[in-house]
Design a protein around this ligand. Structure first.
Ligand code: FES
Ligand code: FE2
Length: 368
């Protein structure tokens, strides 16, 4: 195959090269990824708790700092959930600026009214407007999918949500995910001076754990940890060393009889669901700029007595250890002397999988 027609990242990991530094440093490529990858992806937009009763509305931003699409979660009088555009179809004012319980929506700029499922109701001073209202005067509605305590939405999904989360439900569906409650004291944001994809690369391999995370390494049986690939997601199974804090395993799964310290699920492109004995740490990777990323950690707890045990303990320390290496890689990639690397076939299958999915969306060869 001529060099220019070869895929950016070869399908066989054994001979594949890692992406060129441009993936992590080129501002034009960063913009292309925003539109081709993130604008087509499923994103966590909130908790079911925020729209628990009919009439509740909750304004949210889709992927804050990256897409920033103003959205409104609502539960209508018929108990149905909706994810609407929060932008008034008159001249673009935000329709709801705060959360609350309402009978309907009314834009406070010039008084346009909508139902809680987004339909145009009325507008002052428009009696003489022709061909009005039209369907486009309703608030646009987005696909919204509940999954246990969470709500996911997408502007224009390129995969079905069921396909994306299927592997999570199959593996940990027996756990009390739906009754896990958000613990704000254990939730925080980190700003990392590196490209979002470098943060994901690091997350997607446990290869670095013995080198970078002395504390976490003690809780895991490194030799037994493994990665499983799915169509649009992957899973790192963290096998416990000698800790007593274990994730209960479903008898019908391949993990039956094993001591599981953690399940690390990654959903393309930027959602991480880390299942620990105490609950789930959700990490959302939010690209801010080509070399700047916000990572939102949200802890959903069902067994608070296990918070300090095993692989789920001291997540802040693990995060800081990861940030230091990821930020150093970003500086390394700016150098002129680095070309492309190679993958460990036994330890970097998840990273390779991510790169393949990413370039598939970009539909282009690797470039320089
Ligand atoms: S912008 Fe909403 S009524 Fe004018
Ligand atoms: Fe790490």
């Amino acid at each position: 195959m001529p060099e220019s027609r070869r895929p950016a990242v070869e399908s066989r990991i054994h001979g594949a090269e890692t992406p060129p530094a441009a993936l992590y440093t080129d501002p034009a490529l960063f913009e292309r990824i925003r539109e081709r990858v993130f604008a087509r992806s499923w994103q966590l937009v909130g908790d079911l708790e925020s729209v628990r009763v009919p009439g509740q509305v909750s304004p949210v931003a889709l992927l804050e700092g990256c897409l920033d699409e103003p959205l409104l979660l609502t539960r209508d009088a018929g108990d149905r959930l909706h994810c609407l555009s929060n932008v008034c179809t008159h001249r673009g004012m935000l329709v709801a600026e705060t959360a609350g319980v309402l009978a309907g929506l009314r834009c406070r700029y010039h008084g346009r009214r909508f139902t809680l499922d987004g339909r145009f109701v009325s507008m002052p001073e428009f009696q003489d407007a022709e061909d009005f209202p039209r369907p486009c005067d309703d608030l646009p509605s987005l696909p919204l999918e509940p999954f246990r305590p969470w709500l996911f939405a997408s502007l224009d999904p390129d995969v079905s949500f069921a396909e994306l989360v299927g592997p999570v439900a199959a593996r940990v569906g027996h756990l009390p995910l739906a009754r896990a409650t958000l613990d704000p004291a254990r939730s925080r944001d980190y700003v990392v001076r590196a490209n979002w994809a470098l943060y994901c690369d690091n997350y997607l391999e446990g290869f670095h754990i013995p080198f970078v995370h002395a504390g976490l390494a003690g809780a895991l049986d490194y030799a037994s940890c493994r990665t499983e690939l799915f169509a649009h997601a992957n899973l790192q199974v963290g096998v416990a060393s000698d800790t007593d804090a274990l994730v209960p395993v479903a008898p019908e799964t391949v993990d039956n009889g094993q001591r599981i310290a953690a399940y690390y699920f990654w959903l393309f492109p930027n959602t991480m669901l880390n299942v620990y004995p105490w609950g789930v740490s959700v990490n959302i990777v939010k690209p801010l700029a080509v070399d700047r990323t916000r990572v939102t950690f949200r802890s959903y707890v069902w067994a608070p007595e296990l918070l300090e045990a095993g692989a789920g303990a001291d997540l802040d320390r693990v995060e800081r250890e990861d940030e230091v290496v990821v930020e150093a890689v970003q500086r390394g990639l700016r150098g002129r002397l680095y070309g492309r690397g190679r993958y460990s076939p036994s330890r970097e299958a998840g990273v390779h999988h991510f790169h393949r999915l990413l370039y598939e969306r970009l539909g282009e060869p690797a470039g320089a």
